[in-house]
Design a protein. Structure first.
Length: 220
């Protein structure tokens, strides 16, 4: 969390008589509204959301015992292979139906990007460049690699695109719907700035949508 986003102590102490209460919103939501009003913008932080969201342990898989025979794990192998583009000239096969989504170099460190590439290769799946271009070692450590084409075109390089096993088009960002991308200035190092042709230390913002697309027909 940036220093400027640290809630003031008087808000954390929460004087209910001073800032009021609500029958609809819990105290933490009221506090967050007041913090945003004092900052004059939305809060910028890492490490996921404030609210709790479902995770893998909350999933329940319903067995299909009536439509097909149950796989007996001690005698039969469960096939998790997934084929992307089965009718393409060069279909892409993944050992599992999960791949490492696009997270840019800058938002993640060099060590994190290369570690994810190694882990994806060990798991038999793919990883993605994310916004802002390619770092060579990520491509080197990835057995299957997607190149992300983004709306801002920061770091786009056709020579890197031809090295990819697939192309991922950035259409929207689930955690910030309608806001586009935002890389804080302290993460725009000299190397990141060189890749994206931007000045170092300056916040980098991306538009919420591709300027060339007006609707789904433009993707056909």
């Amino acid at each position: 969390m940036a220093d400027g986003d640290m809630p003031r102590k008087k808000i954390l102490d929460r004087d209910v008589n001073r800032i009021g209460d609500s029958f609809i919103f819990p105290p933490r939501v009221m506090d967050d509204i007041h913090i945003k009003s004092e900052l004059g913008r939305y809060r910028m932080r890492g490490f996921s959301l404030f609210k709790k969201i479902p995770h893998w342990d909350d999933l329940t898989f319903l067995p299909g015992t009536l439509t097909r025979f149950v796989i007996e794990g001690y005698r039969e192998k469960c096939e998790t292979k997934t084929v992307i583009g089965p009718r393409a000239k060069r279909p892409l096969e993944l050992d599992i139906p999960v791949y490492i989504t696009g997270m840019s170099f800058g938002a993640l460190s060099y060590e994190a990007k290369t570690a994810l590439a190694r882990g994806a290769t060990m798991a038999g799946t793919a990883t993605c460049s994310g916004e802002g271009g390619m770092i060579p070692d990520e491509r080197r450590y990835s057995s299957k690699w997607f190149y992300q084409c983004i709306q801002s075109r920061y770091g786009f390089n056709p020579n890197h695109l031809v090295l990819a096993d697939g192309c991922e088009f950035f259409i929207g960002q689930g955690c910030k719907v309608g806001l586009g991308g935002h890389l804080m200035g302290q993460k725009v190092t000299d190397q990141v700035a060189e890749m994206r042709s931007l000045p170092a230390g300056i916040d980098q913002r991306s538009p919420a949508r591709h300027p060339d697309w007006l609707g789904p027909d433009d993707l056909a």
